[in-house]
Write a protein that binds this ligand. Structure first.
Ligand code: GUN
Length: 286
């Protein structure tokens, strides 16, 4: 039987409506949550992502500031922009779109962001909080996956979750979030020997490696939940995930499509983190 397709677009709309209530409550107290996005250079994919982030903020009535910087700017200039946003009372969330051009040290730039405005959850203080317990700002993509699982009614406790990918943005925080919900977690990479042996044992399989058709139906356990975090262009220029959807959907119990699966959730959780940052900075939050 073909899998149930998890409709990320619809779930994202529901979750946005929930966060709009919180944003509106702040606005009623004279605080408009504000997010700033810095983009450096001309990467076309990054531009598309940033445009959708700014649009989502506008949809929920948030203030947003979009700062575009030339690809050859100095690190000092970029750090100066971050510092200005740290000190801007209208801005509660700061996001520096990654990857940065190679001459800029991403780590240094991320560490320059005020951790109370780090809505990506990438600052060491927030990463540390995720490792030891709960961060105020769970990284948006794995946070979105957790909310998708919850809203779809998929239980995590005691299940074997296999995460393919070990990036700081998705793989590592994803594994920790699943672990906190009492999954037994295996982290694989694109180099794992006999990867299929591990993926075939997954009740929940999350792929975040950035390779089209990397996970095929024969690598999926019958009835498993398959979450596809990949965003790739195939040979025909079409947007596809890491998972060969056609074959995997015949085996899985639940599966996310690309587009329309995890993507809309990532943006929604960024809005959520910005509202939470505004609540905390204004003293109305938890
Ligand atoms: N590039 C790809 N995903 C992300 C993300 O979640 N945050 C930032 N800042 N850059 C990204």
């Amino acid at each position: 039987m073909a899998a149930h397709i998890i409709d990320g677009k619809t779930i994202a709309q529901q979750v946005r409506a929930e966060w709009k209530v919180r944003a509106d409550a702040l606005k009623a107290r004279g605080i408009t949550p504000g997010m700033a996005v810095i983009i450096v250079g001309n990467d076309p994919a990054s531009r598309v992502y940033v445009a959708s982030k700014v649009k989502a903020c506008a949809e929920l009535g948030l203030y947003s500031k979009h700062i575009e910087l030339a690809g050859d700017i100095s690190e000092a200039t970029l750090l100066g922009e971050v510092e200005a946003l740290n000190n801007d009372p209208k801005i509660h969330g700061i996001l520096v779109q990654l990857p940065l051009p190679e001459h800029l040290a991403s780590h240094k730039v991320i560490e320059a962001i005020n951790p109370d405005k780090d809505v990506d959850g990438f600052h060491e203080k927030n990463v540390g909080a995720l490792v030891t317990g709960e961060t105020p700002f769970p990284s948006c993509t794995p946070y979105g996956v957790m909310v998708l699982l919850e809203k779809t009614g998929i239980s995590i406790e005691g299940k074997h979750a296999v995460v393919v990918g070990r990036s700081n943005i998705v793989g590592k925080p994803m594994a920790l979030m699943l672990l906190h919900k009492h999954a037994t977690v295996t982290i694989c990479t694109s180099r794992t020997q006999d990867l299929a042996k591990h993926t075939r044992d997954a009740d929940i399989l999350v792929s975040a490696v950035g390779k089209a058709n990397f996970i095929t139906g024969d690598m999926v356990k019958p009835g498993a939940t398959v979450i596809d975090v990949g965003i790739n262009r195939n040979a025909e220029g079409k947007l596809v995930g890491d998972v060969d959807f056609a074959s995997a959907k015949e085996v899985a119990g639940y599966i996310t499509p690309v587009p329309g699966g995890v993507g809309p959730m990532t943006i929604t959780m960024l809005v959520a983190n910005t509202v939470r940052a505004a609540e905390r900075l204004s003293g109305f939050g938890k």
